[in-house]
Structures are given as structure tokens and as C-alpha cells.
Design a binder for this molecule. Sequence first.
Ligand code: F6P
Length: 320
Amino acid sequence: MSHKIGILTSGGDAPGMNAAIRAVTRSALKRGMEVYGIIDGYKGLVEGKIIPLERGSVSDIMVRGGTILGSARLPEFKLEAVRQKAVEQLRSYGIDSLVVIGGDGSYRGALELTHMGINCIGIPGTIDNDIVGTDYTIGFDTALNTIVQAIDKLRDTSSSHHRCSVVEVMGNHCGDLALYSAISCGAEVVITPEMGYDEEEVLERLRYLEQIKKKRHSIVILAEKITDADMLAKKITSATGFSGRATVLGHIQRGGSPTPQDRVLATKMGDKAVELIDNGEGGKCVGIINNEIVGVDIEQALTSPKKSRKQLYEMFERLV
Ligand code: F6P
């Protein structure tokens, strides 16, 4: 069956999105489909920014971070009238299926569009690793590598000056980037939304490490949106023997060439998304679960409980 399919990237960009765009485009062309790229996510879709993609359109993009299609956040996509415009734009091009690369907000839009007659398949593209229907999201590994490289550098200067570095990392309301980087760097403290935050406990641990264990430096990894990194660093200075310094890594974490792991993951997921469309499926999202690429109902992915990180966190605590 011949299809016209669209592809868009939505929400915060993530390294590896381009590898997914390439895989979707080439896999679809190989199956005899026509492929259209939608510029600037759902916003561009509503505005009719739609361009044909050929094999050559996606050459040499695998190594590049960001997304060649551009991305945007469009809260108004919750409104049916706005989504109706999107459906009309797709129909005017004869596009009957759409691949949406993004996070859970983008998945909600994809589910609604499926209910309105456009078969949508979601691909998890976000550095946050906060999507339930998959063990890993595209971009998480690259962002983690960026964070670990930064912390390795901070440790050098921190240990030379008897300091404690408070490093704020992204993740939205998910602590995976914080926890995985804390494990990778042998940090002294990790603060995540899942495990909660007790300022006095953090200061007590740092005092113990400095006074009893005679540590020359410490690293505190702080997931964003919990407390102010600079304020915590100042408290550390006044309440422990360390001099506190805050570093907010910010959007650096979203950029850079994707790691091979993200490139392979994105390629596998892109190919699987096209396979699902070819089978006439919609309202699904692609995931990697126990190292296997699977298609899961978006509804199920959005309503399932979050993966527990309790065991990983307890392991981190045992090894401090
Ligand atoms: O979802 C990705 C993410 O980078 C989050 O980690 C962060 O909270 C948010 O996006 C930042 O959004 P913006 O780029 O719109 O400031």
C-alpha cells in the first residue's frame, strides 16, 4: 500500500533527532512511500510549512545535533480547532500518517490526531528520559556524556581548591540525568525529584565527608526545578568546611553530535516507526524495552506509572 507520510520534531530538541529523521525518510522511501518534512513541529504543521523529503535531503545529517526540521512548543495544540487546521493541512497534501519525534506533550498531540483520522506514531526524542513506554529516549545518552565530561572538568578545579561543586542538570521533572551522571562521576550527593530533598541532610553529609573523612572536594548533582543551585552553594560555604560553587549546565546539555548509541537507537526507532505505519497502525509509540524495539499504545505509555529508580538510588547511596 502506498502512503504519503509526514514527519515532525516537537518540544525540546535532542541529539539523535536527525538520525531518526534520516531513518524514517529512507525507510519510507524504500517501502515506496512519499515523505514530507514538517518545519517547526505542530506550529509549522498548522501553518502549512510542509516540504517534500528525498533521499538526499537527509544526507550528512546523522552526525549533527539539533533537528534539521526545527522544533517548537505549541500549547494551543490542545484545542480541537487548532488540531483541525493541522488535519486540513495534512489532507491537502494527501498525507495520511505522521511520525512525531518528541516527548510526552508531543505524544498527546499525536494521540489526538490519530483519533481525528491521521495515523500517528511517536518516537521518544528528549534528553530527559522521562517517557514511560521506553527504557531510553533519543538524546539521553548524548546529554549524559556531555554532563559527565563537564563534571570531570569541574572535579579537577574543585579538588585543587577544597571546594564543593553544585552542578545543576536538566531533566524537567525526571531525575534520570542527575542520577545516571552522579553514578558515572562518583558524586557525593544527588538530589532528584523522585527521591526528594532535605537541605539539612545534604549539609550534614558534606560536613561528615569534609571533617571525618577528610575529603578535599565534593560534587553535588542537583536536578533542575528543585532548589536554587547558587543558594545551595552559598549554604554549603557557610555550613560546611567546603567552599561552595554553583554551575548550571543549561542548554549545553541539549547540543552536540549524538553518541553512536543515540544514533543507533534513533535509526532503529525510525525504521520501526515506518514498519508500524506500513502495517496500518496508528496511536502507537516506539520504545526500547529490555533491549528490544517495540511498539506500545501511546495511551498506555502516557498513563503507566513511572519507572522506579529506587534501587539505582539505593545503590548510589551504598557506594558514597
Ligand atoms: O525537555 C527538554 C528540556 O531541555 C528540559 O530538560 C528542560 O526543563 C526544558 O527542556 C527547557 O526548555 P526550554 O528550552 O524551552 O527552555
